[in-house]
Design a protein around this ligand. Structure first.
Ligand code: ZN
Length: 221
């Protein structure tokens, strides 16, 4: 990626209005990982220093004190503009796109777990209710006295147990849990550059497109 330029001239990416700063004073070279930056002095009149030491070329990060001529750079502001510059000029988002695959796998797994958990809970509850009712009916003196009816009652109880348990396991809870999962998922499953929402299709589908349909950045080599 083209270096991020700093100086007094209008055409710089970071413009400084100070007489001791040269027209084209320095530049920040951006490594392929977009996280490593080398500050290079461009033969400026008054020099560039990092932490008080004059430099020609030096790797820097946000914590260092940078001075051009007598002007102290506001590091936070510089790096904020640098990040905006990188995001705007970067066209390759292969690593970030690939990470979305893991995010999708995790989401699908968690979704499955929610469904499994509630199905199990429902089955356990149904079993519990059915057995409870059977014991109750089986030991009831009145039911005991009319022998023929008992078997039909027992058969009916299974059905009743099922109806009660289905009603008591709240579908709303499952829905809410799934919704929460989806919200988290949709907050991350988007184009790494322009945040284009990708939740309507699978990662595999987007991979086949190779590029973001919105900002055209590259997702696949
Ligand atoms: Zn995009």
């Amino acid at each position: 990626m083209k270096a991020f330029t700093i100086g007094r001239n209008e055409n710089n990416d970071y413009k400084i209005d100070n007489n001791t700063v040269s027209g084209n004073h320095a530049e920040l070279q951006i490594a392929d990982d977009f996280k490593t930056f080398t500050l290079k002095d461009l033969n400026s009149t008054n020099g560039t220093s990092v932490n008080g030491q004059n430099i020609i070329s030096k790797k820097i990060d946000e914590k260092q004190r940078i001075q051009l001529g007598t002007f102290s750079l506001e590091s936070e502001e510089l790096f904020s503009q640098l990040r905006t510059y990188i995001l705007k000029n970067r066209t390759e988002f292969i690593a970030e796109f690939h990470q979305l695959k893991e995010i999708e796998i995790k989401y699908n797994k968690e979704k499955q777990n929610v469904n499994k958990y509630f199905k199990l809970k429902s089955a356990l509850l149904k079993g519990g209710i059915t057995i409870g009712l059977m014991v109750l009916v089986y030991n009831n003196a009145y039911v005991k006295s009319i022998e023929g009816i008992r078997i039909y009652l027992m058969l009916g109880i299974g059905t009743i147990g099922g109806i009660i348990s289905t009603a008591s396991i709240s579908d709303k809870k499952v829905k809410e849990k799934l919704e929460d999962l989806y919200i988290d998922f949709s907050e991350t499953f988007h184009c790494p550059k322009c945040k284009f929402d990708m939740t309507s299709k699978s990662w595999r589908f987007w991979k086949s497109k190779k590029k973001c349909p919105k900002c055209k950045c590259n997702w696949v080599k």
